[in-house]
Structure formats: structure tokens, C-alpha cells
Unconditional design. Structure first.
Length: 158
């Protein structure tokens, strides 16, 4: 016949200490779970933002300046399915992005800075990358579409 026996003696200090250790471990496990969920959500949001945008760069050609090509590129972007919005990045911001590499005040007027357009994709519509490349090259020979594919692949794999 099995006898009822306690794991810890009744009047021992180990009983309350074991309860405190168990409560502390549960608290720490909840903190760790919360941290993991927060980091996972942040990583997911970052990946979603990184994969939901493309960039159009417009450079001068022999016959056309980037400014001459800009209106035609905007017309293409406005009618392209799968594009939610776009923003032309101001030249001052582009200069600010170059200054860490070139040094403050070293971006001179003779440095050719292309027009950059940040394009936000609509996740609910299919985006035809190849079609947009063809349309852009037809209306603006200095326009290049960058889908950030190399970086996106690294993010999606990791």
C-alpha cells in the first residue's frame, strides 16, 4: 500500500523558498515570452515595410535631364496597378544621405544627384515589376527601377 509522503518537510524553510523561486521563474519566463513576441512583431513589420517599397531613380541622359523625364515617370506611376503611393525625395534629403560618406559640405553643385522616387506598393494588388520597367524605359530612358531584391532576399531568408 502506497503511503502519502510530502516532497518537502512541512516545517522546513525550503517550502516557501521553493514557491518564491517558482514564482520568480514564471515571471522571468513571461518576460522572455513578451520580449520574443515584441521582437518578432518588430521584425515582421520591418520586413513588410522593406518588401512593400521600390525606388525609381532618374538620371540625366545625353538628350534629357532628370527633371525633363520626371513628369512622364509620374504619369506612369499614377496609372500603374499595385502602386499605393509615391514620394519624390527632396534633393536636400538626398544630400543629407550622401554626407556621411562624402563629408559635410562636400556635396558640390557639380555632383550629379539623380531624382529619387520612393514608391509604396499596395499589398492587396499584384505589382507587375516587368511591365513597369518596360513602361519606364519607354517614357524615360534615364529611369531605373530598384526593387531592392538582393536585400529583400536576405531579409526573407534570415
Amino acid at each position: 500500500m502506497a503511503r502519502n509522503s510530502q516532497i518537502l518537510p512541512r516545517n522546513s524553510v525550503a517550502g516557501p523558498a521553493l514557491g518564491a523561486v517558482t514564482a520568480t521563474m514564471c515571471f522571468l519566463a513571461c518576460l522572455a515570452l513578451g520580449a520574443v513576441l515584441t521582437v518578432n512583431k518588430a521584425a515582421h513589420n520591418w520586413l513588410t515595410q522593406a518588401t512593400g517599397a521600390v525606388t525609381v531613380q532618374i538620371t540625366d541622359t545625353e538628350n534629357l535631364t532628370s527633371g525633363d523625364q520626371l513628369q512622364a515617370v509620374e504619369r506612369v506611376l499614377k496609372r500603374t496597378r499595385g502602386i499605393a503611393s509615391y514620394e519624390i525625395i527632396p534633393e536636400e534629403k538626398l544630400i543629407g544621405l550622401l554626407e556621411p560618406w562624402l563629408g559635410t559640405g562636400n556635396v558640390t553643385a557639380d555632383l550629379p544627384i539623380p531624382v529619387m522616387i520612393d514608391v509604396i506598393l499596395n499589398p492587396e494588388q499584384r505589382f507587375n515589376e516587368k511591365g513597369l520597367r518596360i513602361e519606364l524605359s519607354a517614357v524615360a530612358p534615364g529611369a531605373k527601377l530598384d526593387t531592392h531584391g538582393r536585400w529583400r532576399q536576405n531579409l526573407e531568408r534570415g
